[in-house]
Write a protein that binds this ligand. Structure first.
Ligand SMILES: Cc1ncc(C[n+]2csc(CCOP(=O)(O)OP(=O)(O)O)c2C)c(N)n1
Ligand SMILES: [Mg+2]
Length: 331
Protein backbone atom coordinates (compact mmCIF):
# COMPACT_ATOMS: atom_id res chain seq x y z
CA UNK A 1 0.00 0.00 0.00
CA UNK A 2 1.52 3.31 -1.05
CA UNK A 3 1.11 6.56 0.85
CA UNK A 4 3.43 8.83 -1.08
CA UNK A 5 3.40 9.82 -4.68
CA UNK A 6 5.87 11.74 -6.76
CA UNK A 7 4.44 15.12 -7.79
CA UNK A 8 4.18 15.16 -11.55
CA UNK A 9 4.36 18.52 -13.27
CA UNK A 10 1.52 21.04 -13.21
CA UNK A 11 -1.29 20.19 -15.61
CA UNK A 12 -1.65 22.64 -18.53
CA UNK A 13 -3.18 26.06 -17.95
CA UNK A 14 -6.63 25.22 -19.32
CA UNK A 15 -6.88 22.15 -17.11
CA UNK A 16 -5.78 24.03 -13.98
CA UNK A 17 -8.43 26.65 -14.58
CA UNK A 18 -11.04 23.99 -15.24
CA UNK A 19 -10.15 22.26 -11.97
CA UNK A 20 -10.72 25.44 -10.00
CA UNK A 21 -13.88 26.26 -11.92
CA UNK A 22 -15.39 22.84 -11.21
CA UNK A 23 -14.46 23.08 -7.51
CA UNK A 24 -16.19 26.47 -7.34
CA UNK A 25 -19.18 25.03 -9.18
CA UNK A 26 -19.63 22.23 -6.64
CA UNK A 27 -19.35 24.57 -3.68
CA UNK A 28 -21.58 27.35 -4.95
CA UNK A 29 -24.16 24.97 -6.44
CA UNK A 30 -24.52 23.24 -3.08
CA UNK A 31 -24.46 26.41 -0.99
CA UNK A 32 -27.26 27.73 -3.16
CA UNK A 33 -29.21 24.46 -3.08
CA UNK A 34 -28.98 24.44 0.73
CA UNK A 35 -30.29 27.95 1.10
CA UNK A 36 -33.12 27.29 -1.35
CA UNK A 37 -34.02 24.12 0.54
CA UNK A 38 -34.24 26.08 3.78
CA UNK A 39 -36.65 28.47 2.05
CA UNK A 40 -38.69 25.28 1.48
CA UNK A 41 -38.54 25.54 -2.30
CA UNK A 42 -36.72 22.21 -2.81
CA UNK A 43 -38.37 18.88 -2.12
CA UNK A 44 -36.44 16.04 -0.48
CA UNK A 45 -33.07 15.64 1.13
CA UNK A 46 -29.62 17.03 0.24
CA UNK A 47 -26.24 15.42 0.90
CA UNK A 48 -23.58 18.04 0.26
CA UNK A 49 -19.94 17.44 -0.70
CA UNK A 50 -18.68 20.83 0.50
CA UNK A 51 -15.13 20.19 1.79
CA UNK A 52 -14.65 17.23 -0.58
CA UNK A 53 -14.35 19.17 -3.83
CA UNK A 54 -10.66 18.40 -4.43
CA UNK A 55 -10.96 14.62 -4.40
CA UNK A 56 -14.00 14.76 -6.68
CA UNK A 57 -12.54 17.15 -9.23
CA UNK A 58 -8.99 15.75 -9.10
CA UNK A 59 -10.36 12.28 -9.83
CA UNK A 60 -12.82 13.35 -12.55
CA UNK A 61 -10.24 15.49 -14.34
CA UNK A 62 -8.07 12.39 -14.74
CA UNK A 63 -10.78 10.90 -16.99
CA UNK A 64 -11.62 11.42 -20.63
CA UNK A 65 -15.06 12.77 -21.55
CA UNK A 66 -16.13 9.32 -22.81
CA UNK A 67 -15.13 7.54 -19.61
CA UNK A 68 -17.81 6.43 -17.16
CA UNK A 69 -18.44 7.32 -13.58
CA UNK A 70 -20.75 6.09 -10.80
CA UNK A 71 -21.52 7.79 -7.49
CA UNK A 72 -23.67 7.53 -4.40
CA UNK A 73 -26.07 9.55 -2.24
CA UNK A 74 -23.54 12.42 -1.86
CA UNK A 75 -24.43 13.06 -5.39
CA UNK A 76 -24.13 16.60 -6.72
CA UNK A 77 -20.35 16.88 -6.83
CA UNK A 78 -19.72 13.84 -9.03
CA UNK A 79 -21.58 14.93 -12.19
CA UNK A 80 -20.38 18.51 -11.72
CA UNK A 81 -16.82 17.21 -11.36
CA UNK A 82 -17.28 15.19 -14.55
CA UNK A 83 -18.26 18.37 -16.40
CA UNK A 84 -22.07 18.26 -16.45
CA UNK A 85 -23.87 21.56 -16.98
CA UNK A 86 -25.54 23.04 -13.94
CA UNK A 87 -29.08 23.94 -15.17
CA UNK A 88 -30.36 20.35 -15.72
CA UNK A 89 -28.78 19.29 -12.40
CA UNK A 90 -30.45 22.12 -10.50
CA UNK A 91 -33.74 21.43 -12.31
CA UNK A 92 -33.53 17.81 -11.12
CA UNK A 93 -33.22 19.01 -7.53
CA UNK A 94 -36.39 21.04 -8.09
CA UNK A 95 -38.20 17.97 -9.53
CA UNK A 96 -38.63 19.71 -12.87
CA UNK A 97 -39.16 18.16 -16.30
CA UNK A 98 -35.89 19.67 -17.60
CA UNK A 99 -33.84 17.84 -14.96
CA UNK A 100 -31.29 15.16 -15.88
CA UNK A 101 -33.80 12.48 -14.83
CA UNK A 102 -36.82 14.53 -16.00
CA UNK A 103 -37.53 15.48 -12.41
CA UNK A 104 -38.22 11.93 -11.26
CA UNK A 105 -34.93 11.29 -9.48
CA UNK A 106 -34.21 14.32 -7.32
CA UNK A 107 -30.99 15.08 -5.50
CA UNK A 108 -29.87 11.48 -5.02
CA UNK A 109 -30.29 10.44 -8.66
CA UNK A 110 -28.26 12.81 -10.79
CA UNK A 111 -27.50 10.52 -13.73
CA UNK A 112 -25.92 12.88 -16.27
CA UNK A 113 -25.45 10.45 -19.16
CA UNK A 114 -24.20 13.25 -21.42
CA UNK A 115 -20.90 13.23 -19.51
CA UNK A 116 -20.72 9.48 -18.83
CA UNK A 117 -22.16 9.74 -15.32
CA UNK A 118 -24.16 6.51 -15.08
CA UNK A 119 -25.94 7.47 -11.90
CA UNK A 120 -26.00 8.26 -8.23
CA UNK A 121 -28.00 6.24 -5.71
CA UNK A 122 -29.26 6.39 -2.15
CA UNK A 123 -28.61 2.68 -1.59
CA UNK A 124 -25.13 2.61 -0.12
CA UNK A 125 -22.71 0.51 -2.19
CA UNK A 126 -25.30 -0.24 -4.85
CA UNK A 127 -23.51 1.36 -7.78
CA UNK A 128 -20.21 -0.41 -7.19
CA UNK A 129 -21.34 -3.50 -9.15
CA UNK A 130 -22.70 -1.14 -11.83
CA UNK A 131 -19.20 0.34 -12.20
CA UNK A 132 -17.83 -3.18 -12.65
CA UNK A 133 -20.53 -3.80 -15.26
CA UNK A 134 -19.53 -0.61 -17.08
CA UNK A 135 -15.92 -1.83 -17.09
CA UNK A 136 -17.03 -5.20 -18.46
CA UNK A 137 -19.14 -3.47 -21.11
CA UNK A 138 -16.14 -1.42 -22.27
CA UNK A 139 -14.08 -4.62 -22.46
CA UNK A 140 -16.74 -6.50 -24.45
CA UNK A 141 -17.30 -3.61 -26.85
CA UNK A 142 -13.54 -3.31 -27.39
CA UNK A 143 -13.29 0.34 -26.30
CA UNK A 144 -10.61 1.61 -23.94
CA UNK A 145 -13.07 3.41 -21.65
CA UNK A 146 -12.53 3.36 -17.90
CA UNK A 147 -15.12 3.63 -15.12
CA UNK A 148 -14.42 5.70 -12.01
CA UNK A 149 -16.39 4.39 -9.03
CA UNK A 150 -16.92 6.81 -6.14
CA UNK A 151 -17.95 5.36 -2.77
CA UNK A 152 -17.64 6.28 0.91
CA UNK A 153 -15.79 4.74 3.84
CA UNK A 154 -19.15 3.42 5.08
CA UNK A 155 -19.78 1.67 1.77
CA UNK A 156 -16.45 -0.12 2.17
CA UNK A 157 -18.15 -2.23 4.85
CA UNK A 158 -20.96 -3.32 2.54
CA UNK A 159 -21.04 -6.57 0.59
CA UNK A 160 -20.98 -4.96 -2.88
CA UNK A 161 -17.58 -3.41 -2.10
CA UNK A 162 -15.99 -6.83 -1.65
CA UNK A 163 -17.81 -8.47 -4.55
CA UNK A 164 -16.97 -5.61 -6.89
CA UNK A 165 -13.27 -5.37 -6.10
CA UNK A 166 -12.89 -9.12 -6.30
CA UNK A 167 -14.59 -9.56 -9.66
CA UNK A 168 -12.94 -6.48 -11.19
CA UNK A 169 -9.57 -7.86 -10.11
CA UNK A 170 -10.19 -11.41 -11.35
CA UNK A 171 -11.31 -10.13 -14.75
CA UNK A 172 -8.80 -7.24 -14.78
CA UNK A 173 -11.55 -4.77 -15.61
CA UNK A 174 -10.90 -1.08 -16.30
CA UNK A 175 -12.35 0.30 -13.05
CA UNK A 176 -10.83 2.79 -10.61
CA UNK A 177 -12.33 2.51 -7.13
CA UNK A 178 -12.19 5.87 -5.38
CA UNK A 179 -12.99 5.78 -1.67
CA UNK A 180 -14.04 9.22 -0.46
CA UNK A 181 -13.02 8.67 3.13
CA UNK A 182 -14.55 11.52 5.09
CA UNK A 183 -14.15 9.58 8.34
CA UNK A 184 -17.87 9.06 9.02
CA UNK A 185 -20.92 7.11 7.93
CA UNK A 186 -23.69 9.45 9.08
CA UNK A 187 -22.74 9.94 12.77
CA UNK A 188 -20.52 6.86 13.15
CA UNK A 189 -16.77 7.22 12.88
CA UNK A 190 -14.72 4.87 10.75
CA UNK A 191 -12.84 3.67 13.84
CA UNK A 192 -16.09 2.37 15.37
CA UNK A 193 -17.00 0.23 12.38
CA UNK A 194 -13.92 -0.71 10.42
CA UNK A 195 -11.29 -3.31 11.29
CA UNK A 196 -8.50 -1.64 9.30
CA UNK A 197 -7.09 1.86 9.80
CA UNK A 198 -6.99 2.57 6.09
CA UNK A 199 -9.51 1.33 3.52
CA UNK A 200 -6.62 1.07 1.01
CA UNK A 201 -5.21 -1.83 3.07
CA UNK A 202 -8.07 -3.94 1.75
CA UNK A 203 -6.65 -3.78 -1.77
CA UNK A 204 -4.21 -6.55 -0.90
CA UNK A 205 -7.13 -8.92 -0.29
CA UNK A 206 -8.04 -8.51 -3.97
CA UNK A 207 -4.48 -8.53 -5.24
CA UNK A 208 -4.67 -4.99 -6.61
CA UNK A 209 -2.68 -1.84 -5.74
CA UNK A 210 -4.06 0.36 -2.94
CA UNK A 211 -2.98 3.98 -2.64
CA UNK A 212 -3.75 6.64 -0.03
CA UNK A 213 -3.87 10.24 -1.16
CA UNK A 214 -4.51 13.62 0.48
CA UNK A 215 -8.07 14.27 -0.64
CA UNK A 216 -7.78 18.00 0.06
CA UNK A 217 -5.06 18.37 -2.57
CA UNK A 218 -6.63 18.40 -6.03
CA UNK A 219 -3.30 17.94 -7.81
CA UNK A 220 -2.27 14.98 -5.68
CA UNK A 221 -5.60 13.27 -6.38
CA UNK A 222 -5.28 14.10 -10.08
CA UNK A 223 -1.80 12.52 -10.21
CA UNK A 224 -2.74 9.35 -8.36
CA UNK A 225 -6.01 8.82 -10.24
CA UNK A 226 -4.29 9.55 -13.57
CA UNK A 227 -1.88 6.71 -12.75
CA UNK A 228 -4.76 4.41 -11.79
CA UNK A 229 -6.69 5.32 -14.96
CA UNK A 230 -3.63 4.65 -17.13
CA UNK A 231 -3.21 1.25 -15.50
CA UNK A 232 -6.90 0.40 -15.96
CA UNK A 233 -6.90 1.58 -19.59
CA UNK A 234 -3.85 -0.51 -20.40
CA UNK A 235 -5.66 -3.69 -19.36
CA UNK A 236 -3.69 -4.17 -16.13
CA UNK A 237 -6.83 -4.09 -13.98
CA UNK A 238 -8.37 -2.01 -11.23
CA UNK A 239 -6.80 0.04 -8.45
CA UNK A 240 -8.17 1.19 -5.09
CA UNK A 241 -7.49 4.83 -4.25
CA UNK A 242 -8.40 6.15 -0.81
CA UNK A 243 -8.74 9.92 -0.61
CA UNK A 244 -8.66 11.21 2.98
CA UNK A 245 -11.14 14.04 3.12
CA UNK A 246 -13.83 15.70 5.24
CA UNK A 247 -17.36 17.00 4.83
CA UNK A 248 -17.98 20.40 6.34
CA UNK A 249 -21.77 20.09 6.28
CA UNK A 250 -23.88 17.67 8.23
CA UNK A 251 -24.47 14.21 6.73
CA UNK A 252 -27.69 15.42 5.13
CA UNK A 253 -30.16 18.25 5.16
CA UNK A 254 -33.78 17.35 5.60
CA UNK A 255 -36.80 18.99 7.22
CA UNK A 256 -36.24 21.72 9.78
CA UNK A 257 -32.55 22.43 10.54
CA UNK A 258 -31.71 20.68 13.84
CA UNK A 259 -28.58 20.18 15.94
CA UNK A 260 -26.84 16.85 15.23
CA UNK A 261 -25.71 14.57 18.07
CA UNK A 262 -22.20 15.51 19.27
CA UNK A 263 -20.34 13.00 17.10
CA UNK A 264 -17.44 15.22 16.04
CA UNK A 265 -15.57 17.91 17.92
CA UNK A 266 -15.32 21.60 17.18
CA UNK A 267 -11.51 21.30 17.16
CA UNK A 268 -11.67 18.59 14.49
CA UNK A 269 -13.82 20.82 12.31
CA UNK A 270 -11.43 23.74 12.80
CA UNK A 271 -8.48 21.55 11.83
CA UNK A 272 -10.12 20.44 8.60
CA UNK A 273 -11.38 23.94 7.82
CA UNK A 274 -7.72 24.92 7.72
CA UNK A 275 -7.35 22.35 4.95
CA UNK A 276 -10.08 23.85 2.80
CA UNK A 277 -9.39 22.35 -0.64
CA UNK A 278 -10.43 25.48 -2.55
CA UNK A 279 -8.39 27.84 -0.40
CA UNK A 280 -5.36 25.55 -0.68
CA UNK A 281 -5.60 25.36 -4.47
CA UNK A 282 -6.16 29.10 -4.90
CA UNK A 283 -3.10 29.83 -2.76
CA UNK A 284 -0.97 27.41 -4.78
CA UNK A 285 -2.13 28.81 -8.10
CA UNK A 286 -1.36 32.33 -6.92
CA UNK A 287 2.01 31.36 -5.44
CA UNK A 288 3.07 29.65 -8.67
CA UNK A 289 1.98 32.72 -10.65
CA UNK A 290 -0.62 30.71 -12.59
CA UNK A 291 -3.60 32.82 -11.57
CA UNK A 292 -3.76 36.23 -9.94
CA UNK A 293 -6.11 37.06 -7.05
CA UNK A 294 -8.15 39.17 -9.49
CA UNK A 295 -8.48 36.28 -11.97
CA UNK A 296 -9.60 34.00 -9.17
CA UNK A 297 -12.19 36.57 -8.05
CA UNK A 298 -13.43 36.92 -11.62
CA UNK A 299 -13.86 33.17 -11.90
CA UNK A 300 -15.64 33.07 -8.54
CA UNK A 301 -18.14 35.68 -9.79
CA UNK A 302 -18.61 33.89 -13.12
CA UNK A 303 -19.46 30.65 -11.35
CA UNK A 304 -21.85 32.43 -8.98
CA UNK A 305 -23.70 33.79 -12.03
CA UNK A 306 -23.75 30.32 -13.58
CA UNK A 307 -25.45 29.09 -10.42
CA UNK A 308 -27.94 31.99 -10.56
CA UNK A 309 -28.76 31.04 -14.13
CA UNK A 310 -29.17 27.37 -13.16
CA UNK A 311 -31.65 28.35 -10.43
CA UNK A 312 -33.56 30.65 -12.79
CA UNK A 313 -33.73 27.83 -15.37
CA UNK A 314 -35.00 25.40 -12.74
CA UNK A 315 -37.59 27.86 -11.44
CA UNK A 316 -39.07 28.62 -14.84
CA UNK A 317 -39.09 24.95 -15.94
CA UNK A 318 -42.37 22.99 -15.85
CA UNK A 319 -43.04 20.08 -13.50
CA UNK A 320 -43.70 16.67 -15.14
CA UNK A 321 -47.35 16.00 -16.01
CA UNK A 322 -49.16 13.32 -13.97
CA UNK A 323 -49.70 11.23 -17.14
CA UNK A 324 -45.90 11.10 -17.61
CA UNK A 325 -45.42 9.25 -14.34
CA UNK A 326 -44.21 6.00 -15.92
CA UNK A 327 -42.32 7.55 -18.87
CA UNK A 328 -38.54 7.02 -18.80
CA UNK A 329 -38.83 4.88 -15.68
CA UNK A 330 -39.02 1.39 -17.18
CA UNK A 331 -37.48 0.09 -20.39
C1 LIG B 1 -27.67 -0.25 1.95
C2 LIG B 1 -27.88 0.97 2.80
N1 LIG B 1 -27.65 0.88 4.13
C3 LIG B 1 -27.80 1.97 4.93
C4 LIG B 1 -28.22 3.16 4.40
C5 LIG B 1 -28.37 4.40 5.28
N2 LIG B 1 -27.23 5.30 4.99
C6 LIG B 1 -27.36 6.33 4.15
S1 LIG B 1 -25.93 7.17 3.96
C7 LIG B 1 -25.13 6.16 5.02
C8 LIG B 1 -23.69 6.39 5.36
C9 LIG B 1 -22.78 6.25 4.22
O1 LIG B 1 -21.48 6.58 4.62
P1 LIG B 1 -20.32 6.66 3.56
O2 LIG B 1 -20.37 5.51 2.64
O3 LIG B 1 -19.07 6.85 4.34
O4 LIG B 1 -20.66 7.96 2.70
P2 LIG B 1 -20.71 9.48 3.20
O5 LIG B 1 -22.15 9.74 3.56
O6 LIG B 1 -19.81 9.64 4.35
O7 LIG B 1 -20.30 10.27 2.01
C10 LIG B 1 -25.96 5.18 5.51
C11 LIG B 1 -25.58 4.14 6.47
C12 LIG B 1 -28.49 3.19 3.01
N3 LIG B 1 -28.90 4.32 2.43
N4 LIG B 1 -28.28 2.11 2.24
MG1 LIG C 1 -18.10 8.59 4.91
Amino acid sequence: MAREHARVEWPPNEERREMLRRMFRIRFFEERASSIRVEAKLPGVLHNSIGQEAEIVGACMALRAVDYMTGNHRSHGHPIGKGAELPPLMAELFGKKTGVCRGKGGSMHLAAFSVGSLGESGIVGSLMPVAVGAGLSARLRGTDQVCLCFFGDGAANCGPFHESLNLASVWKLPVVFLCENNGYAIHTSQAQTTAVADIAQRASAYNIPGVIVDGQDVLAVYDVVSMAVAQARSGAGPMLVEAKTYRYCEHSEFGEPADPPPYRSESELVLWREKDPIEIFCARLEEAGHLSREEIETMRKEVLSEVDEAVAFAERSPVPEPHELHDDVYV
